[in-house]
Design a protein around this ligand. Structure first.
Ligand SMILES: [Zn+2]
Length: 128
């Protein structure tokens, strides 16, 4: 199983894990065989806090992908994880018209298209 498959297998088991270097302790996403900070090769899968902040986002109005045509508009966001890495994900259950960058979010695993578990991020309840 390659790193990509391992990432998705962890999500299938309900666990959001990313790679962390056992030499310098820094986290990275997406998974790579070498640490992008110290070039070490000793990394392991670990569970980050699941917390982060909205770093940037866009609202997709046009159905670019037919599988998601019935979900437009939806929000695609760049999330800065508390542990450091940036990851692209989607914001779910957004109840405000405009999302402020820096808004705290937390990760939730939800079924995406085809029933595949996907990491989404949600804002705390109440106005952001
Ligand atoms: Zn390292």
């Amino acid at each position: 199983m390659n790193l990509h498959e391992e990432y998705w297998a962890n999500l299938e088991q309900g666990e959001f894990k990313i790679r962390r270097c056992n030499q310098c302790s820094k986290w990275q996403f997406p998974a790579m065989t070498r640490c992008q900070h110290c070039l070490g090769e000793d990394l392991s899968w670990q569970k980050p806090s699941g917390r982060g902040q909205v770093w940037s986002w866009i609202k997709v109005h046009k159905p670019y992908f037919k599988d998601y045509a019935d979900e437009v508009p939806y929000l695609v966001a760049m999330i800065k994880l508390e542990e450091g890495p940036l990851m692209i994900s989607s914001l779910t259950d957004v109840k405000v018209p405009v999302v402020k960058c820096g808004t705290p979010v937390s990760m939730v695993i939800k079924k995406g298209r085809g029933g595949k578990p996907m990491p989404y991020f949600q804002m705390p309840s109440g106005p952001a």
